[in-house]
Design a protein around this ligand. Structure first.
Ligand code: PHE
Length: 371
């Protein structure tokens, strides 16, 4: 017979319950160590001490014990329950401390290399425009400006471009409606087709000597591979007593030398513009194949097509009718004017073969011209 044969069945139950309590304590301890957060702790609490928790269930079995055993078991139960609760509390404090330490150890890395703001550059046409102002400024010319929406009177009539002249045709010119919605032909408003109306404005407002350049945006009904309905022009005007075409030639010659950095030859070809008499178109020696001059011109030069000359613009002596229309005495004053395209100068300066690409706003193109 085993030793416990004379123990009461209750005594066996008591030690069995006590052993189960100890077992629960041991398994609780190992579970506690693997709990890593508050949710895990709560789960343990429910599993062991909740209403249907394993330890609570053991307590319910107390009923089958004798009063003395109950007392002993009760004490043991309370001690173990206390140990479980203290264990949970301690582990909770430990996890809190670990979390706090991790939080304190957290570093916000401010040393990351940030991309700086992207710096834009001036548009090649703006730069050409400014270079032109610089060169003519050094030659004593002021910069004059005027509105884009101009009166047909200033854009045409006073420049001796009389009604019926083809330049005034709707095919060539953008007429503008006024605030009442009346058509431009009626109201006489146009998008200026050249910067020459600035000459008119200057002569109306100021007595000679006049020495101005008028760079600006102009508009024509032209839209194909080599023409844009919006482009840029610069005009020069010099009016005083005794001004001659020799001054015009000298000025343009000097300008071309500065702009292209080379004493290039100039050529004048008689031509007609209503606001000058005599009038001439002027060409500059081809800057791209000039280097081949000694060896004979290169017929393959794509810019001048082997002619050796590049057309720049128009020029001439101010027509007496223009002086009269602008309140200046043509018997007393003489003067000259010239005009050419800023965009064309930019094409020549930067070796860009197409005009339109300047206006497309394509950064892949524009970024090739950093300042
Ligand atoms: N205004 C003329 C044009 O746009 C150019 C020009 C200016 C010609 C001055 C002669 C003199 O075509």
């Amino acid at each position: 017979m085993p030793d416990n044969s004379n123990e009461s069945p209750a005594t066996g139950a008591a030690s069995q319950l006590a052993a189960q309590l100890d077992e629960q304590l041991a398994s609780f301890k190992s579970d506690l160590e693997s709990a890593t957060d508050e949710a895990g702790l709560y789960d343990l609490q429910v599993r062991y001490l909740g209403k249907k928790g394993s330890v609570s269930l053991l307590r319910r079995q107390m009923g089958k014990l004798s009063p003395d055993e109950k007392k002993l078991f009760g004490q043991r139960f309370n001690a173990i329950k206390g140990e479980l609760e203290a264990g949970l509390e301690a582990r909770r404090a430990e996890l809190d401390a670990i979390a706090r330490e991790a939080e304190l150890a957290r570093r916000v890395d401010l040393s990351a290399v940030l991309r700086g703001p992207e710096v834009g550059t001036l548009h090649p046409i703006t730069r050409t425009w400014r270079r032109l102002e610089e060169i003519f400024g050094a030659l004593g010319f002021d910069v004059a400006d005027g509105p884009h929406v101009e009166s047909a009177d200033y854009n045409f009539d006073r420049l001796n471009i009389l009604p019926g002249h083809p330049a005034r045709d709707m095919q060539d010119t953008f007429f503008v409606r006024d605030r009442e919605g009346r058509g431009g032909e009626e109201t006489g408003l146009v998008l200026r087709t050249h910067t020459s109306p600035v000459q008119v404005r200057t002569m109306l407002g100021q007595k000679p000597p006049i020495r101005i350049i008028a760079p600006g945006t102009v508009f024509r009904r032209d839209d194909d591979a080599t023409h844009s309905p919006m482009f840029h022009q610069i005009e020069g005007l010099y009016v005083d007593e005794g001004v001659t075409m020799a001054d015009l030639k000298a000025t343009l010659y000097r300008f071309v030398g500065e702009f292209f950095g080379d004493a290039l030859a100039l050529r004048f070809r008689p031509s007609y513009f209503p606001f000058v008499e005599p009038g001439a178109e002027f060409d500059v020696e081809c800057v791209f194949c000039k280097k081949d001059r000694d060896a004979g011109r290169s017929a393959s030069c794509s810019v001048c097509k082997g002619s050796g000359w590049i057309e720049l613009g128009g020029s001439g002596m101010v027509h007496p009718a223009v002086f009269e229309a602008c309140g200046l005495d043509p018997e007393r004053y003489t003067g000259w004017a010239f005009g050419f395209g800023i965009d064309r100068m930019a094409m020549l300066r930067y070796g860009v073969p197409h005009l339109r690409i300047f206006f497309e706003g394509d950064l892949r193109f524009l970024e090739q011209y950093p300042c």
